[in-house]
Write a protein that binds this ligand. Structure first.
Ligand code: ADP
Ligand code: MG
Length: 562
C-alpha cells in the first residue's frame, strides 16, 4: 500500500487512494491535520498537538517550522540531543505512518510525499532522506501545486482548461500553471518563494505589537514570546472573519491591550503582497500566458484564507478565485492520487501527469571578450527552468588552455548570467590527456532531471571515454547513505509515545501550556492536573476517558473566558 503524504511546514497529513477515492487518516486525536511540531521529553518524542502546546511550556525541548531548514545542515538542540531538519521531519513522518497503520492494520512501506514546487535539489533529497529515516521508501516526490491540481481536477471533471494554483502555506509560496484536458495534467510553469508564508504575516503582527507597546521581541523570554505568538496567531485568524480584533495579554507581569483592524493589517502586509507578484508574473511569462487566458485560479494552503489574498488575486486577474476543496486538504488528497497512480489503481489508469523543473541548471564557462582575453565566471545553462521533466540534455566543453591534465566542471543552479550570483551545487574533476590539443580534448556533460525533480550529472572525457558522476559532496545539506544508516539507528532509540496515550498527553500538555499563560488561574489548573494524573495511574480506561472529557470541557470554558 502506497500512502500519500503532505509534509507541511505547519501541518502534515496522510492518506491513501482506495476503491472509493481518496481517504485521509485521522491522528490519535481524531484530526486529519497534525501540527508539524516535535518535542522531546527524556528519550521520548511527542509530535503534533501536544508538541505544539509544549512550544509554550517547554520551548527549549520543542521545535516547529523546521521544513524551512530542509536541505541545510542546521542543527536544532532539543534537551540533550541535536537534530538535523530531515530527522525532525522523519519524526513527523513516523507519527503519520503510525496513524496510517492504525487505520489500515499494516505499516505502510512506501510513500508519495509532496514538496513545494520551488524546492531545490538539496531540499528534495533531504525530503527523501527524511522518508528513509522514517522507514518508508519514497516512491515519488510530487510538487504541491501539482498535487492540489490533481485533487481539484479529479473532483471537477468539467474543470478543463488552463489554471493557476496559488499555494500559500505556513512557510512557502508556490505558483503553478497547469493545463488539463482529457485526463492529462500538464504543468507549464512553476515559480515561488521558499521564504514566504503565513508565518511571515504572523511575524508582522508580532513586530507591530511590540513596537506599539515599546517592547523588543528579542528581549522577551522564550516562553512569553511563544505565548505572544500563539495569541497573535489566533488574532490573525480572527482577522480572516472580522474587520477588527483585540488582544489582551500579560507579559512580564504587566497587562497589555491591543487593537488592530483590517486596514492596518493590509498596510503592514503590503510588502509581502508585493513580493508575491514576482513569482506569479514570472510563471505567467514562462507559460506565455496573459491573465485573460487563464480559465481558473485555485487557492490552496491555510494562509490563502486571508481576505487580503483573494483581494490580491482578484486585482491581478480581474476575477474571483475558486476554493472548492478544503484548502488544508487539497495537497494531501492529490498526494494520495499520485500514490494511486503509482499502484496503478484501475480507476486512475487514464490519467497522465507531467511536471516541470523549477530552476535553470548549468555550468561555469569562460568567454572571450572583444580583445581576445578569456573572462571567467559566466553561467552556461544546460537545462532551462520550466522544461518538462523527466529530461536529459548534454553539451560539449573544451579546456581553456593547452596541455591541461584535468578539467573541472562546476555545476550551478540559478537565473543569473554570472555564476557568482547563482548557487553552486557541486563540481566534478575529470582527467584529460595533456598531449592532445585543447579542442581535441573535449568533455561531454550530461544533466538528467528525473520525474521527482532530482538532478544527476555525468561527465565523459570524449577522447578516453573516462566517465564520472557527480556526487554532491560539498553540499552540507545532504546526508550520505552511511550517515542515514547511522542516524536511523539513533532515531529508532527515541520512542514515540504510544497512540493510545496521545489524547491524555495532549490534554496534559494543554493544561501545562495554560498554566504558563494564565497567571491568575494557576491554582485551579494545577489542581486539575494533579487530579488527572492520579486518574491516569488507575489505568482504568473508562474512568480515564470520562475524566479526560470533563478535564477538556473545563479547559475549554476557562480558555473561552480569557
Ligand atoms: P503548510 O503547508 O506550510 O503546512 P498550511 O497550508 O497548513 O501550511 O497553512 C498554514 C498557514 O495558514 C499558517 O501560517 C496559518 O496561520 C495560516 N492559516 C490557517 N488558517 C487561517 C485563517 N483562517 N486565516 C488566516 N491564516 C490562516
Ligand atoms: Mg502546504
Amino acid at each position: 500500500m502506497i500512502v500519500g503524504i503532505d509534509l507541511g511546514t505547519t501541518h502534515s497529513l496522510i492518506g491513501v487512494y482506495a476503491e472509493d477515492g481518496s481517504r485521509l487518516f485521522p491522528n490519535a486525536l481524531g484530526e486529519s491535520l497534525t501540527p508539524s511540531v516535535v518535542s522531546v521529553e527524556g528519550d521520548r518524542v511527542l509530535v503534533g498537538q501536544a508538541a505544539r502546546d509544549r512550544l509554550i511550556s517547554h520551548p527549549r525541548q520543542t521545535v516547529a517550522a523546521f521544513k524551512r531548514w530542509m536541505g541545510s545542515d542546521r542543527q536544532t538542540r532539543l534537551g540533550e540531543r541535536t537534530f538535523r531538519p530531515e530527522e525532525l521531519s522523519a519524526l513527523v513522518l513516523r507519527s503519520l505512518l503510525a496513524d496510517a497503520e492504525a487505520a489500515l492494520g499494516e505499516k505502510p512501506t512506501e510513500a508519495v510525499i509532496s514538496v513545494p514546487a520551488y524546492f531545490s535539489d538539496a531540499q528534495r533529497k533531504a525530503t527523501r532522506a527524511a522518508g528513509e529515516l522514517a522507514g518508508v521508501k519514497v516512491e515519488r516526490l510530487i510538487n504541491e501545486p501539482t498535487a492540489a491540481a490533481l485533487a481539484y481536477g479529479l473532483q471537477n471533471r468539467e474543470g478543463e482548461g488552463r489554471f493557476l494554483v496559488f499555494d500559500l502555506g505556513g512557510g512557502t509560496f508556490d505558483v503553478s500553471i497547469l493545463e488539463c484536458f482529457d485526463n492529462v495534467f500538464e504543468v507549464h510553469a512553476s515559480a515561488g518563494d521558499n521564504f514566504l508564508g503565513g508565518e511571515d504575516f504572523l511575524e508582522l503582527l508580532v513586530e507591530a505589537f511590540c513596537q506599539d507597546q515599546q517592547l523588543r521581541s528579542g528581549a522577551l523570554p522564550a516562553a512569553e514570546l511563544g505565548q505572544l505568538r500563539r495569541r497573535l496567531e489566533l488574532l490573525k485568524r480572527d482577522l480572516t472573519g472580522k474587520q477588527e480584533t483585540t488582544l489582551e495579554i500579560a507579559l512580564g507581569g504587566r497587562e497589555y491591550a491591543w487593537r488592530i483592524d483590517e486596514d492596518r493589517f493590509a498596510k503592514l502586509a503590503d510588502p509581502l503582497l508585493q513580493r508575491m507578484r514576482t513569482p506569479i508574473e514570472r510563471a505567467m511569462r514562462d507559460a506565455k500566458l496573459q491573465p485573460t487566458q487563464l480559465d481558473e485560479i485555485v487557492l490552496v494552503g491555510g494562509a490563502s484564507r486571508m481576505p487580503l489574498i483573494s483581494r490580491l488575486v482578484s486585482r491581478m486577474f480581474g476575477r474571483l478565485p475558486l476554493r472548492h476543496i478544503n484548502p488544508d486538504h487539497a495537497i494531501a488528497l492529490g498526494a494520495t492520487v499520485a500514490a494511486g497512480l503509482k499502484t496503478r489503481d484501475a480507476k486512475l489508469e487514464e490519467i497522465i501527469l507531467t511536471d516541470v523543473c523549477p530552476y535553470t541548471l548549468g555550468t561555469e564557462v569562460a568567454r572571450e571578450d572583444p580583445n581576445g582575453h578569456l573572462q571567467k565566471g559566466f553561467f552556461h545553462p544546460i537545462i532551462l527552468r520550466n522544461s518538462t521533466v523527466p529530461l536529459s540534455r548534454e553539451d560539449v566543453f573544451c579546456p581553456t588552455h593547452e596541455r591541461q591534465e584535468k578539467l573541472t566542471i562546476d555545476v550551478y543552479q540559478g537565473e543569473n548570467p554570472l555564476v557568482a550570483n547563482n548557487i553552486k551545487l557541486g563540481e566534478i574533476t575529470i582527467k584529460i590527456d595533456p598531449r592532445r590539443s585543447a579542442h581535441e580534448n573535449s568533455v561531454t556533460v550530461r544533466f538528467t532531471y528525473d520525474i521527482n525533480g532530482l538532478l544527476q550529472v555525468e561527465v565523459t572525457a570524449d577522447a578516453t571515454g573516462e566517465r564520472h558522476e557527480l556526487v554532491l559532496e560539498q553540499n552540507p545539506g545532504l546526508l550520505s547513505p552511511e550517515e542515514i544508516a547511522l542516524r536511523l539507528k539513533a532515531l529508532e532509540a527515541l520512542k514515540i509515545h504510544p497512540r493510545e496515550q496521545q489524547e491524555n498527553l495532549a490534554m496534559l500538555a494543554r493544561a501545562e501550556r495554560m498554566y504558563e499563560e494564565f497567571l491568575h488561574e494557576r491554582e485551579r489548573l494545577q489542581g486539575w492536573i494533579v487530579q488527572f494524573r492520579s486518574v491516569l495511574d488507575t489505568q482504568d480506561i473508562e474512568l480515564i476517558a470520562r475524566n479526560r472529557e470533563e478535564f477538556g470541557r473545563a479547559l475549554d470554558i476557562l480558555e473561552s473566558q480569557l
